[in-house]
Write a protein of this length. Structure first.
Length: 63
C-alpha cells in the first residue's frame, strides 16, 4: 500500500471523527494514530526506544 493511500485513509478517519464526534474525537483519533505510528515503527525496527531519550548534544559529555 502506498503512503498516499495510507495518508488518504488516515485523513478520512480524522474527517469522520471530527464530523460525527466533534473536535474532542478528532484529537483522540489523531493522538491514537500517532501512538500507533510510533509503535509500528518500533516493531518494524526503523526506530529505537532510546532515540526518544538520548540527548542531541555533541559527544558523550554529561552536564
Amino acid at each position: 500500500m502506498s503512503m498516499a493511500v495510507v495518508g488518504m485513509v488516515a485523513g478520512m478517519a480524522l474527517a469522520f471523527a471530527g464530523y460525527f464526534g466533534g473536535f474532542g474525537a478528532f484529537l483522540l483519533v489523531a493522538a491514537l494514530g500517532a501512538v500507533g505510528f510510533v509503535a509500528g515503527r518500533l516493531l518494524e525496527g526503523d526506530l529505537e526506544l532510546g532515540d526518544f531519550f538520548r540527548s542531541r548534544g555533541r559527544g558523550d559529555r554529561r552536564r
